[in-house]
Design a protein around this ligand. Sequence first.
Ligand SMILES: [Mn+2]
Length: 470
Amino acid sequence: MSSSAHFNADIFKRRRAEFMKRMVGGVAVIPAQSMRLRNGDVYFEYRQDSDFFYLTGFEEPGSLAILTPGHAEHKFVLFVPPRDKTMEIWNGRRAGPEGAKSVYGADAAFAIEEIEKVLPDYVKNNKVLYVHLGDDDEFEKRVMGWLNKVRAMKRQGHNAPTELHDPSEILHEMRLIKNDDDLGFMRAAGKLGSAGHRAAMAATRPGMFEYQVQAEFEYACKKGGSQRLGYPSIVASGDNANILHYHENNMVCKDGDLILMDAGCEVAMYTSDITRCWPVNGKFSAAQKEVYEWVLKAQLASIDKCRPGVPFMDVHWKSVEVLTEGMVAMGLLKGDPKKIIADQKQWDEDVKNKKKDPKNDKAPKSYREFYMHNTSHWLGMDVHDVGVYRYGEKWRELAPGCVLTVEPGIYIAAERDDVPAKYKGIGVRIEDDVLVTKGDPEVLTKDAPKTVSEIEAVMAAGARELVGSR
Ligand SMILES: [Mn+2]
């Protein structure tokens, strides 16, 4: 019944069991994603909500799940679109309440239309209601309606919940620490995304549009078995690489420029997140290679930091250290790298404590001129995945099962007048997906060519193939 080739009912059953084990009792209400209008009567491509999918594996829009560990028989209840011959002919197959039980393992299932009548019975006499609020006004109104319905049962001897908990606290902690089920999908997404990058490199020629390079990536991913991308691909040639969220992808790739491609694909709702840079003409110039090698050195050093017990932000500071050294070596910055970093940290501290005002006081010139983002984020079902980064002042320590990106870069905009001319317009970022293990870090995206010689070899082989096919 499921459209996903990766559907395995046991995985979701295990997740629900763990989630309910971590609840304090009570009842959790987890809504599915709804359809969103794109234009006219056409909807955006549908993707299920990550939390909902994580617990149910159910992909139909407008559904809702209830988890209630204290219930004698119905610990997992699904509300789903009902079977409807006409609707199914027009809009696609539905599992219906029967399928929700037989395929998806619900202990009870109802047509979504019955929710107002049925849901209050599951909520009543539970002290705690788990529900995530704050994202969707419409949904919040419905939750308040259900609560009021339960409150109205008071004189029949039923009590309404008095405590609201956010299920994210449990759910996002579970999603952050990947188990073998999750990692199987993440490794597959890493492999496919890497193959996509390799295919795009091999196909790149001067004169192609950026979106044509993008097409090579996306074709390879889908052909290999990925249903969709993890996020809109960034394909930025030349100076476009210095626009961090460049998304137009509509310029011509010029001989002598670099291409930066930040693109990843999904497997079973888990995504990869990969950035590679390569020369349009297949050969790095001396200046491009210089910048590239510094970014690569920083990235490898940061990947090596991805070990249990290391505070999340130390991965970033390792990159900053190597990149700043590189910026001084290339003449982008002047002075002692350690002092440059210390001065920047002092400035940040002073701004935070209102001792300095960024509007009036002059910030020190530092690595941040050329490296303005952080090095890592969690990765999983969401490209910027869920999970706590810090507790107050203390950064979370990495632990086995954490997956994070490592993506340092150096960006030298063409318009700058304070850098050696040969570097102008060069923007480089290198990004891999790294699993923290008890031993060495595991790079899930290691198949994407990364060294200068590997990249040049892939491009040369691609060029030969193209000539051969003519
Ligand atoms: Mn990223």
